[in-house]
Design a protein around this ligand. Structure first.
Ligand code: ADP
Ligand code: MG
Length: 240
């Protein structure tokens, strides 16, 4: 589903990604951990064209994103992204937030988009909030709306960038539960997270990034239980 070959990304003379290679299979859940500033968000953003890459190649379902002919909106429909800070439209209701993309980008009618939104709201446990505005929701509810909004585009891949980091601790579980259900349904997911419990339980693989490179990559049992790289050990000793 995803193939990244020797990806480099610089901002000015700051090289943030220094040759990342990575593959994600259909229905795989890959969790990315690592210290702040190591390039995790930049990597995710390169996977759905929120950043232009400086070097190397990114393939999504075989399509080379670095090809100038790529249709950005089409790629972003296929590769959904959920951010730490929700990014909901404050002047729109929950239902309007969820139906905007299908209407504006995929050409759905209002009725079609609203019909499709029903099951999505149910999936994220917010069927009773359709007509509320974001400001009246908790952070956890806003994040679940953001997930439903991404899913409304029928993505093949979902990218999550620290989706629970901005939430009060008691609200984290509901968001993780939605993500776990999505994983169990077979969604291909790349999840940047500080939730080591989630990575351990749901990750098919865990990647440890540091200073713009993949330092170590393994199944969770091995990476958390007996990491090979001293940097991984040091990081885990601080967060576990
Ligand atoms: P992480 O998500 O692991 O904390 P980021 O990918 O957000 O790391 O950032 C890695 C580095 O890239 C940081 O040094 C950050 O300052 C830099 N960076 C990220 N985005 C930009 C940008 N738009 N312009 C300039 N520098 C950026
Ligand atoms: Mg980040």
């Amino acid at each position: 589903m995803i193939k990244v070959k020797d990806l480099h990304k610089s901002f000015g003379d700051n090289e943030v990604l220094k040759g990342i290679s990575l593959e994600v299979e259909h229905q795989e859940v890959v969790c990315v951990i690592g210290p702040s500033g190591s390039g995790k968000s930049t990597l995710l953003r390169c996977l759905n064209l929120l950043e232009e890459v400086t070097g190397g190649e990114v393939y999504i379902e075989g399509e080379n994103l670095t090809d100038k002919k790529v249709n950005i909106n089409e790629v972003r429909s296929r590769v959904g992204m959920v951010f730490q800070h929700f990014n909901l439209f404050p002047h729109m209701t929950v239902l309007e937030n969820i139906t905007l993309g299908p209407k504006k980008i995929q050409g759905a009618t209002k009725a079609e988009a609203e019909e499709a939104a029903g099951p999505l709201l149910k999936k994220v446990g917010l069927s009773d909030k359709a007509n509320m505005y974001p400001e009246s929701l908790s952070g956890g509810q806003k994040q679940r709306v953001a997930i439903a909004r991404s899913l409304a585009m029928n993505p093949k891949i979902m990218l999550f960038d620290e989706p629970t980091s901005a939430l009060d601790p008691e609200l984290v579980g509901d968001v993780l539960d939605v993500m776990k259900n999505l994983a169990k349904e077979g969604m291909t997911m790349v999840v940047v997270t500080h939730e080591m419990g989630f990575a351990r339980e749901m990750g098919d693989r865990v990647i440890f990034m540091d200073e713009g490179v993949i330092m170590e990559e393994n199944i969770p049992e091995k990476l958390f239980g007996d990491p090979d790289n001293p940097r991984t050990r040091e990081f885990l000793s601080k967060v576990l």
